[in-house]
Design a protein around this ligand. Structure first.
Ligand code: C2O
Ligand code: CU
Length: 463
């Protein structure tokens, strides 16, 4: 595992809030297993993958000075944080890419408490796929009382026969299917994580899916707990017991996990994942040892205080249709690439196989130069009707805004939760609503990064 990390997620805290944190992405080596048993070449922030946890109090500024020590351009995007447009870190769309050897400063206030993350937005599949990402925690004024507050940043790696991380990113066959899945899953950059706990302990577990394609659905059998936030936004605490809790790339889930007070001192709880048929695995093991922290089970935690998000005015909202097409086994026959209509065969030759409302852009540069998907009025409410007309699920991420998920397949949802990345299943329609209250140019894209790289990326303009 990386330099400053422990299996339990005990990252080094960031410096004083108004002092910029220096982040230096560079090529290096990390250890995915103890005792140097699996050292791989990777790209890191300040020598570790994940990079250090950036922690600020709600309402305070986060300031970062990026020193690009990679041999290629990069940027940093603050996934889920509602930054001003100029701070969003998207090459061409919001800033020039940062050249090798160059530096760039980011500073913005974090209005919303919760769990967020940072990652590059240049060559995203290659840069995240080699280990560039880190957690952001914006602390609530009144957090839920817990014994330990831990981050589990989930990712995967494709380890080859030579026991090195493979660099076969961007293969069209994978990009036109479910994306590039690795064969080794890590928690905070570590394989086969064991988290040691005491009986009766109450943990806050912040799960972040930083994988480029893998969908997680952790199962906590034998443990009781509560989901208290999705994508950083508080929800009425709900039991973890019921059904699959998908965490798609980009998503976060905050859990309150209660270790049974009467758990025997050598009990082990395996957190399993059965998302992909025939590829079941254990995400991590929770191992109980020591004396009980408390003897009585704790009750349901209180709901965290809501973030200051503008509530969409639904009766006055304008509905926009967003249709995703393409990919293997899809029905797309033609689309326009950088403004030029082309048949599917030629699109595939150009590596452009997913379209949004019939449009594909070959790069962020041509996307910047092209027409915006929509121009939205500042302050107005919008409903986006996201229609997945493909054979694959897609986690759709909107930059600069947090939206309410209103309905799936036309059926209104009981709790209209807030998200910044919503999972849309094959042939599903999901309606989201938000107030277009953040002026700028904002991406709307799939967070399966091979899909984004092969076309599933659009831009809207607000104001
Ligand atoms: Cu997590 Cu466009 O980003
Ligand atoms: Cu996708």
């Amino acid at each position: 595992m990386g330099a400053a990390l422990t299996a339990a997620g005990g990252f080094a805290a960031s410096a004083a809030p108004h002092q910029p944190v220096a982040l230096r992405p560079s090529a290096g080596t990390i250890s995915l297993a103890a005792a140097g048993k699996l050292d791989i070449a990777a790209w890191t922030y300040n020598g570790s993958s994940p990079g250090q946890t950036l922690r600020v109090k709600q309402g305070e500024d986060l300031a970062v000075r990026l020193h690009n020590s990679l041999a290629e351009e990069t940027t940093i995007h603050w996934h889920g944080v509602r930054t001003p447009g100029s701070m969003d870190g998207v090459p061409y769309i919001t800033q020039p890419p940062i050249k090798p050897g160059a530096e760039h400063s980011y500073r913005f206030a974090c209005a919303d408490a919760g769990t967020y993350w940072y990652h590059p937005h240049a060559n995203s599949q290659g840069q995240l796929g080699r280990g560039l990402y880190g957690p952001i925690i914006v602390e609530e004024e009144k957090p839920i009382a817990v014994d330990r507050d831990l981050v589990w940043m989930l990712a995967d790696w494709r380890i080859g026969k030579d026991r090195q991380a493979m660099e076969d990113f961007g293969q069209l066959h994978e990009s036109s299917h479910a994306g590039r899945l690795g064969n080794a899953v890590t928690v905070n950059g570590e394989l086969e994580t064991v988290l040691r706990v005491r009986p009766g302990e109450r943990l806050r577990l912040r799960l972040i899916n930083a994988a480029t394609a893998r969908i997680f659905a952790p199962e906590f059998s034998g443990l009781s707990g509560w989901i208290v936030a999705f994508d950083g936004q508080p929800v009425e605490p709900r039991s973890i017991g019921n059904g699959k809790n998908y965490i798609a790339p980009g998503n976060r889930v905050d859990l309150i996990l209660d270790i049974p007070a009467d758990a025997p001192a050598d009990a082990k709880f395996a957190i399993e994942d059965q998302t992909y048929r025939d590829r079941f695995f254990t995400i991590a093991v929770i191992a109980v040892a020591g004396n009980a922290v408390r003897t009585k089970a704790l009750g349901k935690p209180a709901k965290l205080q809501a973030n200051p998000l503008g509530t969409p005015n639904l009766p006055g909202a304008e509905t926009k249709s967003v249709v995703f097409e393409g990919g293997a086994m899809g029905r797309m026959r033609t689309a326009s690439l950088d403004g030029e209509p082309l048949p599917l065969r030629e699109l595939a030759q150009a590596g452009a196989v997913w379209a949004t409302n019939g449009q594909i852009f070959s790069s962020l540069k041509t996307l910047h130069d092209g027409e915006r998907l929509f121009k939205l009025d500042l302050g107005k409410s919008y409903i986006f009707k996201l229609q997945n007309r493909t054979a694959f699920p897609h986690p759709i991420h909107l930059h600069g805004h947090t939206f309410q998920v209103l309905s799936r397949q036309g059926a209104p949802l009981a709790e209209q939760i807030w998200r910044d990345t919503v999972f849309v299943f094959p042939n599903e329609t999901v309606e989201i609503a938000f107030v277009a209250d953040n002026p700028g140019d904002w991406l709307l894209h799939c967070h399966i990064l091979g899909h984004a790289a092969s076309g599933m990326i659009a831009a809207i303009q607000v104001g």
